[in-house]
Design a protein around this ligand. Sequence first.
Ligand code: SF4
Length: 383
Amino acid sequence: MTTHFGVYIHIPFCKQKCFYCDFPSFAGREEHIDEYLTSLHHEMELGATSFGERGKLAPHTIYIGGGTPSHLNLSQMKMLFESIHANMQVKNVAEFTMEANPCTIDEEKLHLMKANGVSRISIGVQSFDDGCLQRIGRLHKSSMAIEKVRLAQKAGFANLSIDLMYGLPGQTLDMLKESLDKAMELGVQHISIYGLQLEEGTVLAKQQEMGRLELPDDEAVEKMYDYLVEYLPAHGFSRYEISNYAMDGYYSRHNTLYWQDVPYLGFGSGAHSYWRGKRYENPVDIGEYIKATAEGKFLYIVEENVSEKAHMEEFCFLGLRMTKGINREKFRVKFNKDIHEIFGDAIKEMIDRGFLQENDGALSLTPIGMKYGNIVFGAFIIE
Ligand code: SF4
């Protein structure tokens, strides 16, 4: 029986679709929320047995993401927690995270979260500049984000993460600096910070096609990156993954499972699972998901065995995302092969180019390799 695994629960509802977002989330579908939560309950109920476990699931971590989990109203949130407690042992989880948006979180919801074992909140702030927020379609203002972070602290949450972004439309280095300063003032414990990517089908991508998007140029974005990678460690935040920084002891236990090739079960529309060498993916469409669970079956649109080749590649891509990198011995134990036997040429080339280093049995990205991670990941594809 597998004992060490994470659980992800997807809530695909949002108040409004952000202009950069291509996640499996939907605005204006509130009338489906109750039905969706019933489906989630059924899926979790069947979850243990369908994956060969007995009794209540005993995950190491739980993560409720989205979408916007805080978009659920109080009674819907209660319903969700009841399902989780009915199907999982929550008391001993190492970390129970819930994502929240500044405009949908309030005191009552925070107390409910706390009473139900949520130990960590991840708040989608993105920027403390109102102009930037408006240009990326966020509904909150900077003042509201500040107020809600403080409210969460007042409610007793001592493990808070915020998401920030750089390279946003109209964003300058000074604006990013102000956002980082504000994050420091607020005293959060964890920061995830991502460069804007223009994803196909998003509002920003369309604005770009129409020539109506003003983005900072590559040089300006690089300066933002160079600034933040110096700034955060200088303020007590260790970089433990390409886009993630934490105060001592506050790294994300749940996300670390993904990067360390640990199994996880995903519940909800569009959720992925990785279990006993197989990958599963639920339908993204909410209606299709509800229909399948109502019929008492799982409708995985993907159910595949992970080949050894794909497994080795992923082990490397994901492991290299972490600052501590890939442990050579762990690779050998997992695949019964030395990593140099499989990726020797790629490793040599990346070390020669200054992107990779090997110390004390671990292969990890150098600071410059962190900046150009995709080049390194591309080298770890087995022909
Ligand atoms: S709130 Fe999050 S999931 Fe929802 S649209 Fe915005 S970025 Fe996407």
